[in-house]
Design a protein around this ligand. Sequence first.
Ligand code: 8ID
Ligand code: ZN
Ligand code: ZN
Length: 352
Amino acid sequence: MTLPTKQWAQVVEKKGGTPIYKEIPVPTPGPDEILVKIRYTGVCHTDLHAMKGDWPLPLKLPLVGGHEGAGTVVAKGNLVTDEEFAIGDHAGIKWLNGSCMTCEFCRQAEFPLCPNAQLSGYTVDGTFQQYAIGKAALASKIPPNVALDAVAPILCAGLTVYKGLKESGARPGQTVAIVGAGGGLGSLAQQYAKAMGIRVIAIDGGDEKKAMCEKLGSEAYVDFIKSSDVVADVKAASPEGLGAHAVILLAVAEGPFQQAVGYVRSYGTIVAIGLPAGAFLKAPVFDTVVRMVNIRGSYVGNRQDGVEAIDFFARGLIHAPFKTASLKDLPKIFELMEQGKIAGRYVLDVPQ
Ligand code: 8ID
Ligand code: ZN
Ligand code: ZN
């Protein structure tokens, strides 16, 4: 197969700058890497944080964002065996693009904790381009019968919430409160929870998201814009009024990170996943101690979490709504995301 030397990409040229749709060179994969011709790529709120330079983590510039890229392997390095990836296989490029494989975290398969991890669309170029590179060891295999548009958001949003639900310790029959349930991660969190036998109280704002959450199987919806007492409303919706067994925090705002301790059940777990800029987790020591509340973070997932998250999807258990736009429309999608106007996820159709 002869590959083009130039391709279309969305490039952020300076911190806080809107991405520019332009032609750039097609990259060449290193010995342990695959080159994926991207068919669809999801837009995660992390891409917006990256564009804005929100986080205390140095960013590559100029930068091609994106880390929910699904497509076909079109080239690979000589260390990549056909068992790992053959030309023509469907593959996904995720947030964790590569890691050192030698540090203690990598040795224990906790790749996201690697201090030298490479991050797609952040420290290395990501999937808002026609041809993207990933280390074969950390790219995902996508079964051939799986739709590449619907599976794209699984590569970050699905994987992250599936891992977060596991970290919450919530068991079948118990109830989780999902904060930011109407967004990209939230819509998938509701579906994974349901598939895992976990009951859901959804928290988000507005009637479009309410209708979506009801469709996705949540038993209650608390509107944080309309409610005069979110804590009381979530507790009232929980079994016996004792609070949610776990809270999955996905909102891009600090308020809910302080509030969750008010409606988590005693001995329950609060899992922080959303990454609002400059925010702090704060909880009253007295309540945390005498109610034995667990508060923890959760960050994407390892290779096996990725395989399991895709497997739930491939078995037809996950149906989260997504809208499709074209790669060139990325700046418009970022505007809608900033305004909190997206119910579910946007997936970009990449020109072929
Ligand atoms: O590994 C990780 N920890 C990880 C992985 C992927 C993404 C973390 N993230 C982070 C992103 O960087 C982002 O900070 O998770 C956050 C959510 O990403 P997203 O789901 O892609 O964002 P979204 O689609 O914009 O959804 C956010 C939702 O939060 C709601 C909004 O209405 C929106 O539906 N929300 C907000 I903003 N304030 C709220 C509040 N006070 C709220 N919902 C309830 N209460
Ligand atoms: Zn993401
Ligand atoms: Zn490492």
